[in-house]
Write a protein that binds this ligand. Sequence first.
Ligand code: NAI
Length: 247
Amino acid sequence: MSRLENRIALVTGAAQGIGYAIAEKLGREGAVVYGADVNLAGMEKSAEELRQKGLKANAVELNVSDRSSCEKAVAAIIAKEGRVELLVNNAGITRDGLLMRMKPEEWDAVIAVNLTGAFTLTQIATKAMISQRFGRIVNVASVVGLMGNPGQANYVASKAGLIGFTKVVARELAGRNITCNAVAPGFIATAMTEKLDDRQKEAMLSVVPMKRPGTPEDVAKAVCFLLSEEASYITGQTISVNGGMYM
Ligand code: NAI
């Protein structure tokens, strides 16, 4: 049997990048995947692509920074499947700028999506998980949430916050058979890092002992492990997937 056979999974930000790779990996392990994204057209296209690959994938419209949108998405999955067992809070954005120049709107937007979005969806999904007496949650943080990074006060605060949030959810819900862990990817080749200029990319790679950027699949494998039976005694942890960039 596959590792996640018939588990009902909700993956946010799955239209592209790391979220897409996570959706694909979970699908390959037998999960019924609901990819949820603010970019509905992109999500529908990606879900169709996953179905073409023979996986059980569905597209859901979701803006994680809008509570009613989160409620609607989870309700729609439960109405169809009767449960939601795996939650991956992956949706994330950047609005980089040095502290002195960062606009309050840039701070707020990043916190709203990366941190408050995960809080909202976790709060809603764990209601169902508690009554099911089963749940597995993985939050996608970042290496910079562990080590800091100039020009990313909003993003780093959101990711460090997510790591703290992970520990609280783990402690509060361990007795309900719900685990909550985080992954902290390093420099991963996606649209998000494509925005960096060559100098920034070189600077990042120069501190990666493995001398290559990670792939979305590298991250997806760690997420899949944390959602699987093999990780059932692991909770509150942050697994780094960073080629040795931070130890
Ligand atoms: P990406 O920009 O390629 O994809 C992010 C996805 O999230 C997009 O499909 C986007 O439409 C969706 N999204 C944005 N705002 C949303 C909202 N309000 N509600 C629902 N969906 C929304 O980014 P990437 O690189 O795949 O990153 C995924 C996660 O991994 C993010 O949380 C990011 O912070 C994290 N990460 C990425 C790293 C990298 O090097 N690419 C490194 C460390 C962490």
